[in-house]
Design a protein around this ligand. Structure first.
Ligand SMILES: Nc1ncnc2c1ncn2[C@@H]1O[C@H](COP(=O)(O)OP(=O)(O)OP(=O)(O)O)[C@@H](O)[C@H]1O
Ligand SMILES: [Mg+2]
Length: 252
């Protein structure tokens, strides 16, 4: 349903920050992308949504109607249609702090409704119920009316997930969904993402091989813009060395 093929991106100075990244995503997968800081994890996710321009390569996304969008080459309506089907969960940064929790969830579907309705915030009752349902899924239904600015980081992350759920995407992308969370909250977020992935694939970037081992179905290791590992989440010391380039990595 997603084919990422030979992504190359070169930045000033000639450094290749993506150097042939290639992988495919199948239904039911929860993919954890691991790699050192600066390896190219976020850039890979941004390329999948068409947010980052690439020099060459291809991202083919199969939509709900089986139409294939070549994201990296798509523009305008075609790109917007593909983006609507990709739910992004980016560190709570996309939440509007001065809006309520429920309003933030509903923003997830603004792309689906007409400009006039979205301008008027014209959601139907059924849509409002679905948004509350998404909040129930992340166990935050009682927070619907809270001002988003008053939430903790972990709670905001759950709102970001509820927003992506409400969008009813065909694919979830999560850039460091558990960064800056304590181990218990991190585990809580992964326990939300794991069942979602059974219906809708999830690609997340992580810095914790221990968590990807426990929750993901597959790990992709990126080092200096290249895929250096693609396989079981049960990484050996050798695999960790390939990905991080150090002999011993703390996995707990
Ligand atoms: N527009 C740009 N111009 C120049 N360099 C860029 C640009 N965008 C990204 N980079 C560089 O590309 C490399 C990969 O960036 P990326 O954000 O994908 O890293 P990452 O693997 O997500 O790291 P982290 O774990 O720290 O989030 C970094 O060295 C970054 O500085
Ligand atoms: Mg990153």
């Amino acid at each position: 349903m997603l084919d990422v093929h030979a992504l190359v991106k070169t930045v000033a100075g000639g450094r290749r920050v993506l150097d042939g990244v290639t992988f495919s995503v199948k239904p039911g997968e929860f993919i954890g992308i691991l790699g050192s800081s600066g390896a190219g994890k976020s850039l890979t996710l941004r390329a999948i949504t068409g947010l980052t321009e690439i020099d060459s390569g291809e991202v083919r996304f199969t939509g709900a109607d089986q139409s294939i969008c070549r994201v990296a080459h798509a523009k305008g309506a075609e790109l917007r249609a593909a983006r609507r089907q990709i739910g992004v969960i980016f560190q709570g940064l996309h939440l509007v702090k001065r809006l309520s929790v429920l309003e933030n969830v509903m923003i997830g579907r603004l792309g689906y409704i007409s400009p006039l309705r979205s301008w008027l915030y014209g959601f139907t009752d059924a849509e409002a119920r679905a948004a509350v349902g998404a909040l129930e899924q992340v166990e935050l239904a009682s927070f619907a009316d809270r001002l988003t600015a008053t939430l903790s980081g972990g709670e905001m992350q759950r709102v970001a997930i509820a927003r992506a759920i409400f969008q009813q995407p065909r694919l979830y992308l999560a850039d460091e969904p558990i960064a800056s969370l304590d181990p218990r909250n991190a585990e809580g977020i992964l326990k939300l993402l794991q069942p979602l992935a059974k219906d809708t694939p999830v690609i997340g970037t992580f810095h914790q091989p221990d968590f990807t081992r426990r929750f993901c179905t597959r790990v992709i290791g990126i080092r200096a813009g290249r895929v250096v590992y693609d396989g079981s989440p049960q990484l050996s010391h050798h695999d960790l060395n390939e990905i991080y380039g150090i002999r011993e990595v703390q996995t707990a």
